[in-house]
Design a protein around this ligand. Structure first.
Ligand code: T5A
Length: 213
């Protein structure tokens, strides 16, 4: 038991706006903690103090609109800080880190959504991550219109949520393409189902994978 608990890992929850990532990431951390593991909930952008400043710059609707390349680098600046100050050290000490968004969001939003070159995005993301990668990723798949309706019910739309629906459709296809290319790491879940049902499936899949890790 102690040898197993000493091995940390990163688990990520991904998907379109309003798919339920924040809800499910919190439920997964609860389930892991209940099983006796050190579990840490974090998110991107905004998992560190510097990241919270970057998050405000990225999601504000006022101010200058970043060029797609600048937007990419801001997300990756957040990731570089997050990985080195929080995620990496937590994994090193044996914690299970659950991140509400990580690198797959960059591939889906900045490469598939914005149209930046996929290979360039991958290379810079690798540099930002510095070798930290998720053991397991849950993609919550949902019609973007349904997700945006959920998100709008919780508050005003931010800069990314305000993008045209075609952008959000490309993002959804991006997540599906990532899942198809990495079936061993990425589990796609129908996010239109009830919260409890999805949470049970995520928890049991994560426990099984961690036991085998
Ligand atoms: N981004 C991020 C990039 O472009 N590139 C990157 O590299 C990264 C890391 C971050 C933005 O930045 C972009 C993506 C985003 O646009 P964010 O706030 O982290 O923004 O992400 P959002 O998707 O905007 O987060 P939301 O909070 O809007 O959505 P969640 O987390 O998916 O959904 P959640 O859990 O907050 O739930 C939303 C509502 O739906 C309900 C909840 O109760 C809540 O009211 N809900 C359900 N309702 C019915 N059935 C279910 N199964 C439900 N699950 C949740």
């Amino acid at each position: 038991m102690s040898a197993r608990r000493a091995r940390g890992a990163l688990l990520t929850v991904e998907g379109v706006e309003g798919a339920g990532k924040t809800t499910q990431a919190a439920r997964l951390v609860e389930a892991l903690a209940a099983s006796g593991r050190e579990a840490l909930l974090t998110r991107e952008p905004g998992g560190t103090a510097l990241g919270r400043d970057i998050r405000r710059m990225l999601l504000a609707l006022d101010g200058e609109v970043p060029a797609p390349e600048a937007e990419l680098l801001l997300y990756l600046a957040d990731r570089a800080q997050h990985v080195r100050r929080l995620v990496g050290p937590a994994i090193e000490r044996g914690a299970i880190v659950v991140a509400d968004r990580f690198s797959d969001s960059t591939i889906a939003y900045q490469a598939h959504g914005r149209g930046l070159p996929l290979e360039t995005v991958r290379v810079i993301d690798d540099f930002a991550r510095g070798g930290v990668a998720p053991l397991l990723t849950f993609v919550l798949d949902l019609d973007p219109e349904a997700g945006l309706a959920r998100a709008r019910a919780t508050g005003p739309a931010d800069r990314l949520e305000s993008e045209e629906i075609a952008f959000h459709r490309r993002v959804r296809e991006g997540f599906r393409a990532i899942a198809a290319a990495s079936p061993g790491r990425v589990v796609v879940l129908d996010a239109s189902r009830p919260v409890d049902e999805i949470a049970r499936e995520i928890a049991s899949t994560a426990m099984r994978r961690l036991e085998g890790a």
